[in-house]
Design a protein around this ligand. Sequence first.
Ligand code: ZN
Length: 151
Amino acid sequence: MFDLRDLYQQVIVDHNKHPRNFGKLSRYNHEADGYNPLCGDRLHVYLDIDASGRIADVSFEGEGCAISMASASLMTEAMKGRSVEEMREVFDAFQRMVTDDLDALPDEERLGKLTVLAGVREFPSRIKCATLCWHTLKAAADDTAEVVKTE
Ligand code: ZN
């Protein structure tokens, strides 16, 4: 029987094995560090925001569990070309998705492919793995100097 969860699992495994936008950008004007002490995930996000407030480019470096890596990879893919305003909306929608009731439907219009991570809501200890990259991205956009910690 075809199980949608298998597809989700495949996307996460693929993004963990072959992370998109991994490495330092040659040109960037914002960056931030994120750390999830619960799991040991560490991320550094590079962000190039152009004069019109659009995310011209975004990348990440770091190491952590499959969920944290896949989430960061999917995030960079989804956020390239979006405005910082849109990024904040997607951040909120993502945060809601992973903390919502198990039977709540994710905001597919805003989240698109990111809905593959909806399953982490069943594993409360992994929610911070999935949201670390988003907190780090937001900190980069806000030029937060301190390391973002999920705890
Ligand atoms: Zn993790």
